[in-house]
Design a binder for this molecule. Structure first.
Ligand SMILES: C[S@@+](CC[C@H](N)C(=O)[O-])C[C@H]1O[C@@H](n2cnc3c(N)ncnc32)[C@H](O)[C@@H]1O
Length: 194
């Protein structure tokens, strides 16, 4: 599924804003609980879209969740153009932000050269990774995560956790054990016209 046509309005969609708020509040809760923090870390925003989750963290007023550096990657040039627009607008008010955005291949070989990351945060992207490339994608993400790093995936789910369960299984198969899944209460139909 291509997101090129969704890029222009993505960050302003109320459902996306609700998911960004959930991401931010969950990161605050996890940091407060001493479980995991994005504070002071180097983070990979995988499947970043317009980067609104990363911007939310970078603009946070508490050190506990503000990363020191973000690399944001996506396969969609229009999404990265939307990110560049948003970044320019935010930086006009707040000054330079430590966020580098990069276009990557669907099986993102480029990520290995950028490693390592303390936190990898795929936002609603892992369910889009097809079976033809998923082994390569999961191995690449696992290889790019620092020792003791966390993978924090935002993902839709059902009551049986079928989607997130499958994703956790694939990550665990790559040797990852520090995994957190952030699940919105609403379903993906709110965003996509299935
Ligand atoms: C549902 S959107 C989510 C965007 C953003 N993470 C968010 O939470 O608002 C999924 C994004 O993943 C990107 N994407 C899909 N497959 C990808 C892949 N193999 N590698 C990197 N990005 C991918 C899409 O282009 C799109 O921008």
């Amino acid at each position: 599924m291509s997101f090129d046509g969704e890029a222009a309005g993505w960050a302003d969609d109320p459902a996306v804003k609700a998911m960004d708020d959930l991401f931010l509040s969950t990161m605050r809760e996890l940091a407060a609980a001493g479980k995991l923090t994005t504070g002071g870390v180097r983070m990979l925003d995988y499947g970043c879209g317009p980067g609104s989750k990363s911007f939310a963290l970078l603009l946070a007023d508490d050190d506990a969740i503000r990363p020191r550096e973000v690399v944001a990657v996506d396969i969609s040039e229009p999404m990265l153009a939307a990110l560049a627009d948003l970044k320019a607008k935010i930086e006009a008010d707040h000054g330079p932000l430590p966020l580098e955005a990069l276009h990557v291949d669907p099986a993102p070989r480029q990520i290995a050269a950028l490693a390592s990351f303390d936190v990898i945060a795929p936002g609603y992207v892992l369910h889009h990774i097809g079976p033809d490339i998923e082994d390569e994608v999961y191995a690449t993400l696992a290889g790019a995560l620092a020792e003791d790093g966390w993978l924090v995936a935002s993902e839709f789910d059902d009551d049986a956790h079928a989607n997130s369960g499958a994703i956790v299984g694939k990550l665990a198969a790559q040797g990852l054990d520090q995994i957190e899944i952030i699940r919105p209460e609403f379903d993906m139909e709110i965003l996509y016209d299935f």
